[in-house]
Design a protein. Sequence first.
Length: 301
Amino acid sequence: MKCSCGRNAVIFRRYEGRPLCATCFSQQLEKKVKGDIRRAKLLEKNDIIAVGLSGGKDSSLTTHFLSEIAEKRKDLEVFAIGIDEGIKGYRDESLKFARKLCKKRGINFYVFSFKEEYGKTLDQILSEKKGMECTYCGVLRRELLNRKARELGATKLTVGHNMDDELQSLFMNYLKGDFMRLVRLGIKPVLLKNQRFIPRIKPLRNVPEKEVALYCILNGIEFHNGECPYAGDGIRFDVRDFLNEMEERYPGIKYTALRAFDSILPILRKHFSGSKLRECKKCGEPTSRDICKRCELLTTL
């Protein structure tokens, strides 16, 4: 199978109906991501960008692209933050890839751990709290990432969510009837007005997961490919399988679903403006409740 340029193809994009060689594929993906960044105005003058870097494919590619852009735009500063939850044999391995990438790209990498911040590793927490793996990990990790990004002076916090991640979150929130979370989705999520909350951006939001992995492989971006030992069989995995099955049967349906959501998102945001953030009465961090979820969970430890 040949690319239109005559080279051997490395991928056949079923949703476009055409094969692409390594060079054309890489150039097109770069153009797409950088075009999305420009059109959505994800990067503004004098921005200080913190990248949540785990060492996996998505955050590694995000770090790669943003550090490239920062090399050309001297008004931008990019650094990475790693969160060590304390998952033995998993997070320690992934952070090795993260450190190697940051050294290669010449950017600072800061690592903060659950053990130092909360007094226990995730392994220790979950030895006592069975069945709440993703709850403890997700809440504590997000709070720590936001807090450290703010303390390090970041104006934006970048997460490596790809198109599949976004669609899974979209369907999950819809099925749960959680419209407040639904309207926070998007390549440049609605800003939560609180000085302690760092705005998040998603440069890879319109890139399929498989294409993220392929770009990394073709362009020598090493990444950790292990699966979290605490990953379960919750609703996200069922939604993921459903979307993949639909894409297999109807190529391009993921893009169609995402474009449809984007077209109605402004209307949804008018009707579901979301909860106003206040300060947690215990820790002072932004929350929509009197006591934030992090503090609520920490009281159970």
